[in-house]
Design a protein around this ligand. Structure first.
Ligand code: NOJ
Length: 746
């Protein structure tokens, strides 16, 4: 099947003719904001800083809903989350328009990997290293959500994650700050478009500010303790990239950072974000994170928490009980300066103007548009394209001289086995928020769609989670009759994401035993693994004949997986995170330090920085991912060996498709600063490029290196490059460097 997603996306934009917000210059908006602010009472100002989670109008929440409605009419609510659909948002907006100043509400929602059309989970999309595809995915999600009355998504999550025990690695772009920064910007562009206010885009949120991904022991919400150098160098850049891409809002985070809750951190929010970075958007707290400062032991009670959060620069209180109840009094008592409240309100009102809500508060809540957009079949094609680009081929052994994958379309018989083989909900992954979701194509459906002549048998063997082995005998019997076994195993959708930290990141339940039994049939086993995180699956890694890591691939997951299994799409994805061999290696990243006692060979580990019971190397390295073809790297050239101030250097090399099928390689550039005032990682990703080549085709590929490429935060947290020698490495993965050269910075 031929998909032209770029053309599709272009058509989609042209066809939708989004309504742009009437263009108002920034200073005209500022004047309107100031004029409105002058009319507002202190209570109305505090109301703008209050965000509520919508309650159901009927059933057990009816009373809560009624009281929310009263608050909205009274002008005590600035924004709502978890309310969606043109009808419901319109109704809520109508209440806000009954308030004295008729200030419209902002509707926010966690549109993380799609609204109606579900895309691969973010870590899966990150594996595509395809900024265009990632931007398109966010664009479609925005288009659908915006048609359902949503103004604002709480995405992208740009937290770096180097600990796969932490369930929220699913929502990010992996372990690397360079790749993470590029993806952060692409997602912001996709959600927001070139300018806020179009009715087919939404405001984005860079979250969670900051360092949430470094929770001690990978336990969600846990404390974070890290050097400022590490913070500046690894954890902050994706946030800065989001600011540079124009992200409308920030969300702070649940964790403490070096002893101070992020929500109460003036260092993060005032000094860095609104100070050094001159950020003009607003900061929303995470869910009740203002209130949680009491439990952290940082605020003595709720009023104290409100004071500390607003003074630190936290503008909006999500599902907050703190600001609305205590802020006005705190201003009267002089514990909070009026200017802090005014600044927060200004930032929020500015976004409401930029979104065009003062001109037409209902512009996003249009039931007819909602129906048309949510029925648009082109979204599925884009979802399938992104999904297949996210599937990582980890292993593909040969049998009688032939690679196991791709499978022949005229294969006689295929057994599709495993608890996730015909599961639909699991393929969608964690963050699905719309109840009008489209159908999900299971792996079994996808295989049936592709291999129509084959005899396809199916057995789940066990339910998702695979607690018992009761169905194994029947599954093994069915598998024994087939030519090849496709085994679909992994986490269920609810095993990664928020509050889903695991101390065992192996295959849940008895799935490894199922694999063992199937392998014993002597038939080749192709393992398709699903998860929202890197898992540990050594037995499968050692003994499966082929392995495809599918993450949670979304609505079109089954078709995308089958596209790869049958060779309609040659896999191109690369791991955005290191896959450890064992839990003891965590946290783990390719960008490690050399130490004074590096391991130079697996045999020489005594008094080295090593383990006595495991190699240091991961199971699969960052950047790893196979293709159905082979790529050759040769002829590295550097146009200058000395880089002087103001100059750039161009590194080039020849990439060749040495195989028999067309394929796409993601070539990666790493550097190492060999001597510096603070030690530098042995490898740092500084560039990548996706190149599609026909069989036999060669192309010269270039990377540009400037002073910025070689810069880092020194011991005084100053960004800059230090003269000296830099190793430049080009390769197919962080552990598969093919070419090296040296550059000297003067
Ligand atoms: C808590 C999560 O940490 C955050 O990412 C999310 O946006 C909010 N809840 C709202 O649902």
């Amino acid at each position: 099947m031929t998909l032209r997603p770029v053309a599709l996306a272009a058509a989609l934009i042209a066809a939708s003719i989004p309504l742009a917000a009437p263009a108002l210059a920034q200073d005209a908006i500022d004047r309107k904001v100031d004029a409105l602010l002058k009319q507002m009472t202190l209570q109305e100002k505090v109301g703008q800083l209050h965000q509520l989670s919508g309650a159901e109008a009927t059933g057990p929440e009816a009373a809560k809903r009624a009281s929310q409605n009263t608050e909205i009419r009274a002008g005590n609510v600035g924004s709502m989350l978890n309310i969606k659909g043109a009808k419901d948002t319109r109704e809520a907006q109508a209440l806000a328009l009954q308030s004295r100043l008729k200030i419209p509400l902002l509707f926010g929602l966690d549109v993380i990997h799609g609204y109606k059309t579900v895309f691969p989970v973010p870590i899966g999309e990150a594996a595509s290293w395809d900024l265009e595809a990632i931007e398109q995915s966010a664009q479609v999600a925005a288009r659908e959500a915006a048609a359902a009355g949503i103004h604002w998504t709480f995405a992208p999550m740009v937290d770096i994650g180097r600990d796969p025990r932490w369930g929220r690695v699913m929502e990010g772009a992996g372990e690397d700050t360079y790749l993470g920064s590029k993806i952060a910007a692409a997602r912001v562009r996709g959600f927001q478009g070139p300018k806020l206010g179009a009715t087919d885009r939404v405001m984005a949120t860079a979250k969670h500010f900051a360092a949430y991904g470094a929770a001690v022991a990978g336990r969600d919400y846990n404390a974070v303790d890290m050097s400022l150098q590490q913070l500046y160098e690894v954890y902050l850049p994706p946030f800065k990239a989001s600011v540079d891409a124009g992200v409308a809002t920030f969300m702070n985070s649940f964790n403490t950072l070096n002893g101070v809750p992020a929500t109460g951190s003036a260092f993060l929010q005032r000094d860095i974000l609104k100070g050094a970075w001159k950020y003009k958007g607003f900061v929303v707290s995470d869910w009740a994170s203002v209130k949680e400062m009491v439990l952290h032991g940082y605020a003595k009670d709720l009023p104290d928490a409100a004071v500390k959060a607003i003074n630190a620069g936290s503008d909006m209180d999500m599902e907050g009980e703190a600001y609305i109840a205590h802020l006005a009094q705190a201003v009267k008592d002089g514990r909070v300066a009026q200017k802090h409240v005014d600044d927060a309100v200004r930032r929020i009102l500015r976004k409401k103007f930029e979104m065009g809500l003062f001109d037409d508060p209902y512009r996003f809540s249009d039931a007819q548009r909602e129906q048309a957009v949510l029925a648009d079949p082109r979204h599925r094609a884009i979802a399938r394209d992104v999904a297949r680009k996210s599937l990582v081929l980890l292993k593909n052994d040969k049998l009688n001289g032939n690679a196991i994958l791709p499978l022949a379309k005229n294969a006689k018989s295929i057994a599709v086995i495993g608890p996730l083989a015909d599961s639909r909900r699991d393929l969608e992954g964690g963050w699905v928020v719309s109840d009008v979701r489209g159908e999900v194509v299971s792996i079994l459906d996808g295989i049936r769609n592709h291999a129509q002549g084959a005899q396809i048998s199916h057995a789940a063997a066990c339910a998702p989670g695979c607690a018992t082995a009761e169905g194994f005998d029947a599954a093994v019997a069915a598998a024994g009759k087939a030519d090849v076994i496709v085994l679909a195993v992994g986490e269920t959708w609810d095993m990664s994401g928020e509050a889903k930290s695991r101390t065992d990141i192996g295959l849940p339940g008895q799935q490894t035993e199922l694999f063992r039994r199937l392998k014993a049939t002597g038939k080749p086993v192709v393992a398709v693994l699903f998860a929202g995180r890197p898992m540990i699956f050594n037995e499968i890694a050692d003994n499966a004949d082929a392995i495809l890591y599918a993450w949670f691939p979304g609505s079109e997951g089954g078709n995308a997986v089958a596209d790869v299994l049958f060779g309609d799409y040659n896999p191109s994805a690369k791991l955005p995170a290191t896959f450890p061999r064992n839990l003891g290696q965590i946290p783990i990243s390719y960008a490690q330090y050399n130490t004074g006692r590096p391991v130079t060979s697996e045999k020489d580990i005594v008094y080295r920085s090593a383990y006595i019971d495991s190699p240091n190397t991961p199971r699969y390295a960052f950047g790893h991912g196979k293709s159905y073809t082979e790529f050759g790297y040769s002829g590295v050239q550097l146009d200058r060996t000395i880089l002087r101030p103001g100059q750039t250097a161009t590194l080039s090399f020849e990439l060749q498709n040495k195989g028999k099928v067309a394929g796409t390689e993601i070539a990666q550039l790493y550097i190492r600063d060999t001597v510096a005032s603070v030690v530098r990682p042995v490898k740092e990703l500084k560039g990548f490029t996706k190149v599609h080549l026909q069989p036999g085709e060669r192309r010269r590929v270039t990377f540009t290196i400037d002073r910025d490429t070689l810069s880092f935060f020194n011991g005084d947290l100053k960004w800059g490059a230090e003269p000296g020698e830099f190793k430049l490495m080009v390769g197919s993965a962080s552990d598969d460097i093919r070419l090296e050269t040296t550059l000297h910075l003067q």
